[in-house]
Ligand binder design. Structure first.
Ligand code: SF4
Length: 399
């Protein structure tokens, strides 16, 4: 299946919305000419978004990291502190979290991603208390947070089923799961980088339960920790199979491993070409997932811009605060005006979106572009110069 004509016929079928097999996806991922792959993925995107194919989206959100204390010790993670490491571990209190939510609202953010370690004492009750308080104070904020790994952990701490945990989170205000923790779903690469995490099958099983209980999610993939091409495609296959049953994955977001301050330092990293090929193959193979997001945060703004020509329809967020991948070396920062400019220079009309991908503001006239230059990416971060782990907040002070 590596003959040029065969590859082109598979590309043509996928561009037309036809389903391709994992074997065909692997052949395309390995051997299809880069530009032909990108052209097919872009055609598939335009077909899927017929009528709004001229638009590319972004969202304004804030990651709120409530603790870095974690019992799971993933080898690629530069964020966590072991529970016994009292000097490095920290937690944020509810007042601090609510102040961060207030800043998000003040700067036009619509979503928060509550993200943290697997704290040995945080069960379902901890999240119920915090989500209720956030929704009471800021009902307009969407809580797009957590994922299967956190649910598995908190259910164990509280001694309840994952079904009960999900229902209680939903009733406390959780709107959707963010889908972090997917890492790599196949067994070999997952065990190599996150041996204490639940299996990939279990991660998907919990997501499937959530989808059936009405909690949709996004899903992710961590590239560049030594996995093979076949394992990358297997990751996509596992997601597509669940999506065929539930339809609950709103988006797929591949991002790249960052090599600093973690125990995998020196492992292979995904190249720009590998990343662009993954965006394209995801658009072609995941025919049942609507949105494909390019991660400018981990690959750089220029690569993020290029993903819009390889099948991506979304550039993710102006993330007002981010500490997790920044701790591992992601130094790319941006702001709202720059993201608008990047999208425009890729030949698309930028639009600010909601969590569920409705267009909130379509920037079709540069004369009406927003002017608030405080809407920038992770100015307040524990991981960057000027960042702070503890309660002093920097975003509004930067005005
Ligand atoms: S990736 Fe998440 S679960 Fe793994 S060590 Fe880091 S904080 Fe803990």
């Amino acid at each position: 299946m590596t003959e040029k004509a065969d590859l082109q016929s598979v590309l043509d079928r996928a561009a037309e919305g036809g389903r391709i097999t994992p074997e065909e996806a692997l052949a395309l991922y390995r051997d299809a000419p880069l530009h032909a792959l990108g052209a097919a993925a872009d055609a598939a995107r335009r077909r899927k978004f017929a009528g709004t194919e001229h638009i590319a989206t972004y969202i304004i959100e804030r990651n709120i990291n409530y603790t870095n204390v974690c019992v799971t010790a993933c080898k690629f993670c530069a964020f966590y502190a072991a529970p016994k490491d009292k000097a490095k571990g920290w937690t944020r209190d509810l007042d601090d979290i609510l102040r961060r939510c207030a800043e998000t609202v003040e700067l036009g953010g619509t979503q928060i991603m509550f993200q943290g370690g697997h704290h040995p004492e945080y069960g379902v009750e901890y999240y119920e208390k915090h989500f209720r308080a956030i929704k009471k104070a800021f009902p307009q904020l969407v809580i797009h947070s957590l994922g299967a790994s956190e649910v598995e952990h908190m259910a164990r701490v509280s001694g309840v089923s994952v079904e009960e945990a999900i229902v209680r989170l939903r009733e406390a205000g959780l709107d959707s799961f963010a889908g972090a923790g997917a890492e790599l779903l196949p067994e070999r690469p997952r065990k190599a980088i996150a041996p204490l995490k639940e299996s990939g099958e279990r991660w998907l099983e919990i997501m499937e339960i959530a989808h059936r209980l009405g909690v949709e999610s996004t899903t992710t993939m961590l590239m560049g920790t030594g996995e093979t091409n076949a394992e990358r495609i297997e990751h996509l296959r596992m997601i597509r199979d669940v999506q065929d049953r539930t339809g609950g994955f709103r988006a797929f977001i591949p991002y790249t491993y960052q090599p600093e301050n973690n125990r995998l330092r020196g492992r292979t990293q995904a190249t720009v070409f590998e990343y662009l090929r993954m965006i394209a193959i995801a658009r072609l193979f995941l025919d049942n997932v609507m949105h494909i997001q390019g991660s400018w945060l981990t690959t750089g703004k220029d690569v993020g811009q290029l993903t819009l020509h390889y099948g991506a329809d979304d550039l993710g967020s102006v993330m007002l605060e981010e500490n997790v991948v920044s701790s591992a070396g992601a130094r790319h920062r941006s702001n709202r005006l720059e993201l608008i400019d990047l999208i425009r220079k890729a030949g698309r009309v930028p639009a600010q979106r909601s969590t569920t991908y409705e267009h909130l503001v379509v920037h079709d006239d540069p004369a009406n572009d927003p002017v608030d230059d405080r809407v920038m990416s992770h100015i307040s971060s524990t991981a960057l110069d000027g960042g702070t782990a503890h309660p002093e907040l920097r975003i509004l002070a930067a005005d």
